[in-house]
Design a protein around this ligand. Structure first.
Ligand SMILES: Cc1ncc(COP(=O)(O)O)c(C=O)c1O
Length: 428
């Protein structure tokens, strides 16, 4: 008899997912569909944690990877010249803005964040970092040190010193108890206070996600980023945009910073860069990038040529099919529909998002008590009906809708219908 993969996981894997496993044993996947080993099809609205933006196993991405695999799989991109690595670096310089030009490749989002912070320190000759509460930047010690979420940080300290946090632009749970737009984005002004009172004036960088993902899909008001970035730049710090989750079309633009009139000094990317192949990068302006001196930074697997070839094909697929534009359109329709549902259902406290990066925050009462258990139940009910969502946010009460960007309007409506029905079951 075939051994269940769940049993192998239970026996042999180290796992600690807060939201628990979905009982789906994946056999294969294509487009927006994941197929279980029992033959059941699921509409995937989570994309392997916001990764397969061009859809599962996009034929052009798969074919580019296969061609590269037949040539060579690894050579050490920092020892020998690897054509897909050079070509991808040029492509990233073409598709980003603000004079970003030179890239460093790693394998994971956390690795990109660590490298970006190191580069900022080297360039500015400064040592401290400011970040945002509710921000998430990865699971390595440096990345966790600049993450503002207790749930992710517990048990792994002590963390790096020289890190200070400003309040996130989380309007639904404003830490200043103010209301937008009357607040005048006072949370951005808090950064002045943070720099003056919590740092020694030696800040190398401000790191932030332009749209916060793991923190519960928090979309800053339009004025927030330009204002806060001006404050940190006046203090001599660089702005590192962590677009690991928001990049590659997810928010309706190729990069989420394009929604805001602001350009980063360093931009981190991973997840959607290669449609599921492991790869990450940070890109910087040449004068910043050249702050690394020989021997400063390296990654054995970084810039894997198969992943880079896949990334080149992935970028072509995203742009030639205008998947960011499609995400903007389908996402806007979905947000509108879910906001109409919110007006009928008190359990839906907030619906927010940009493009196909959408969060639906569930609450128990008028005091906005997080409906954590209920969010887990909603996720399960939807899975039983064949639609997969994520759960996130500091209280694990935000349903995360982050499907592949080729989701059709019909499928988007079906997913929303299933979600609304599941929530209505718990809160008729
Ligand atoms: C914004 C952001 N930065 C960094 C990371 C870490 O990426 P990885 O898990 O690939 O290390 C994540 C992962 O969720 C993320 O959302």
């Amino acid at each position: 008899m075939r051994v269940k993969t769940k049993d192998l996981y239970d026996e042999y894997l180290i796992t600690s997912m807060v939201a628990g496993f979905e009982p789906v044993e994946v056999d294969h996947a294509y487009g927006c569909v994941m197929v279980g080993r029992d033959g059941r099809e699921y509409l995937d609205c989570f994309s392997g944690i916001a990764v397969v933006n061009a859809g599962h196993c996009h034929p052009e991405v798969v074919s580019a990877a296969k061609v590269q695999m037949d040539k060579f799989i690894h050579c050490g991109a920092y020892v020998y010249y690897s054509p897909p690595v050079g070509e991808l670096a040029r492509r990233l310089a073409e598709i980003t803005r603000g004079g970003l030009r030179k890239s460093f490749f790693g394998s994971s989002g956390a690795e990109a964040v660590e490298g970006a912070i190191r580069l900022a320190k080297q360039f500015t000759k400064r040592k401290e970092v400011v970040a945002l509460t509710h921000g998430f930047h990865g699971r390595t010690v440096g990345a966790l040190s600049v993450s503002g979420t207790r749930g992710r940080k517990k048990g792994a300290g002590p963390y790096l010193s020289g890190v200070a946090f400003a309040p996130a632009p989380y309007c639904y749970r404003c830490p200043l108890k103010l209301k937008y737009p009357g607040c005048g984005v006072a949370c951005a002004d808090c950064m002045k206070h943070v720099l003056e009172c919590q740092t020694s004036g030696d800040v190398a960088a401000f790191i932030a996600e332009p749209v916060m993902g793991e923190g519960g899909i928090i979309v800053p008001p339009p004025e927030y980023l330009p204002k806060v970035v001006e404050i940190v730049r006046d203090d001599g710090a660089l702005f590192i945009a962590d677009e690991v989750q928001s990049g590659f079309g997810r928010t309706g633009k190729l990069f989420a910073v394009e929604h805001y009139s602001v350009e980063p000094d360093i931009l981190c990317m991973a997840k959607g860069i290669a449609d599921g192949f492991p790869l990450s990068a940070f890109i910087a302006r040449p004068e910043v990038a050249d702050a690394f001196t020989p021997g400063d930074h390296l990654s054995t697997f970084g810039g894997n040529p198969v992943s880079c070839a896949a990334a080149l094909a992935n970028i072509d697929v995203l742009l030639s099919n205008d998947l960011p534009g499609r995400a903007a359109q389908v996402g806007a329709g979905m947000i509108e529909r879910l906001q109409a549902f919110q007006r009928r259902c008190a359990m839906v406290g907030d619906v927010r998002g940009l493009g196909l990066m959408i969060g639906l925050e569930l609450v128990k009462d008028e005091n906005r008590t997080p409906a954590t258990r209920e969010a887990g139940k909603v996720r399960s009910l939807c899975r039983e009906k064949g639609v997969l969502f994520g759960v996130g946010g500091p209280y694990a009460n935000v349903i995360r809708i982050q499907p592949p960007l080729l989701l059709s309007e019909i499928d988007a409506n079906h997913a929303a219908e299933v979600l609304e029905q599941a929530i209505s079951t718990l809160h008729p």
